[in-house]
Design a binder for this molecule. Structure first.
Ligand SMILES: *Cc1c(COP(=O)(O)O)cnc(C)c1O
Length: 391
């Protein structure tokens, strides 16, 4: 079997027509799909009903979309890939597609904040019960209920990068007839493969590293199970989720350079994290590639590398002092999201940190996304910001 990096460069390559083909898949924009005649339409619809991924309408996308699905399928080692207009819509697709009134979903406490803030109220209104567990307590024996249908997790967790024992959680779920879905945005499929580790569903915000250039919003849901893929597909159709061919093209283009970009993000982040560990004003550095990180052993076992995210706790700082530090940075943009080539800094929202039992500190936390700049320049910028808030 070829290495994943090699397969990623060839996934979705266009077929030869009349002996030639472009390197890149064409951007096939359309709403209406035209048919040569009525009988060819009927034949295609029949194939579609039999489960073939043939497109009979623009909402399904066409060859640009199929090529991106092939690329994400390689990344996640998935059978089915469903594209969604954002990472959050991909997450909601999984909840809405798999849960019914009276069901219960068990959610890890460190998941992406809007799951708790936006998706939980919607699902509660539709009669689905939510509760939370912390991976810091081990397997969620005490939290499982007779009506639990889904466990939803994110490893590493948002902002603090708590690493889960995903294979153990998958066994725990399956012994109880419960499905496990994992948000794989951090691992991007290249660093981490939840499906291979036992999860039933892997979700990515393509917006982040696959896009890689801070210029598109997109999500993806991947599965290895045909029946599960079918259930999600039905909800995907009902919600009419659709992405533009231009965005599908950009995401696939991002996948071609993902391996080298991630390696550079990881090098920069490790240099910055190592520097932060030596700064007296920093009480804790969060980055699983550091040997001192509590998740380091699990990370070494289950992951193939790290990305550009590093968070740190600022000694005795409240949110205002942390904001002053972020404002003093010159090379880091201030903004949410991450995964682009540019470095970013953000004060972690305190309510999101308090929601994670993993870390009990009360000082403010700053999240850095280390872009593709030279790490030495970023470290000098951080050093001047530490000096400027100390004086
Ligand atoms: C950003 C993010 C999302 C949401 O993705 P959008 O495309 O911004 O909607 C979901 N999960 C994680 C872990 C994220 O970081």
């Amino acid at each position: 079997m070829l290495h994943k990096t090699t397969r990623l460069m060839h996934a979705g390559a266009p077929a030869f027509i009349d002996g030639t083909a472009p390197v890149n898949v064409p951007v096939e924009r359309t709403s209406t799909v035209r048919f040569e005649n009525t009988s060819s339409r009927a034949a295609l619809q029949k194939r579609r009903e039999a489960g073939e991924p043939v497109s009979t309408y623009g909402r399904d996308g066409r060859q640009t979309h199929r090529a991106l699905e092939a690329g994400i399928g390689e990344l996640e080692s998935a059978r089915d890939v469903l594209l969604a207009p954002s990472g959050l819509s991909a997450i909601s697709l999984v909840f809405i597609g798999l849960l019914s009134p009276g069901d219960h979903v068990l959610v890890q406490d460190g998941v992406y904040g809007p799951v708790r803030e936006r998706v939980e109220p919607l699902l509660t209104r539709l009669g689905v019960a939510f509760s939370y567990f912390s991976a810091a307590d081990g397997l969620p024996h005490k939290h499982i209920q007779p009506n639990t249908k889904l466990i939803y997790a994110e490893s590493p967790s948002s902002f603090l990068y708590e690493i889960l024992d995903l294979p153990a959680l998958a066994d725990f779920a399956h012994e109880r007839g419960v499905l496990l879905a994992a948000d794989n945005t951090w691992g991007a499929g290249l660093l981490y493969q939840p499906l291979a580790l036992g999860a039933d569903i892997s979700i990515q915000a393509v917006t982040k590293y696959l896009g890689g250039h801070s210029d598109l919003m997109q999500g993806a849901v991947s599965t290895v199970d045909a029946e599960l893929g079918q259930r999600l597909q039905e909800t995907h159709h009902a919600l009419g989720l659709s992405i533009s061919a231009d965005d599908a093209y950009l995401a696939l283009r991002g996948i071609r350079t993902l391996p080298i970009r991630l390696a550079q993000h990881a090098r920069g982040a490790f240099a910055v994290a190592s520097y932060l560990q030596r700064v007296r004003a920093v009480t804790r550095t969060f980055h699983p590639a550091l040997a001192s990180d509590p998740g380091h052993a699990l990370w070494s076992r289950d992951f193939h590398g790290a990305n550009g995210l590093v968070s740190f706790a600022l000694r005795d700082a409240d949110a205002a002092q942390a904001a002053a530090f972020v404002d003093a940075l010159k090379l880091f943009g201030i903004g949410a999201s991450w995964g682009g080539y540019e470095s970013l800094a953000l004060v972690a929202p305190p309510q999101r940190l308090r929601g994670q039992r993993y870390w009990a500190g009360t000082e403010a936390v700053i999240r850095l996304h280390i872009g593709l700049e030279d790490a030495d320049d970023l470290i000098l910028d951080l050093a001047q910001a530490f000096r400027s808030v100390a004086s």
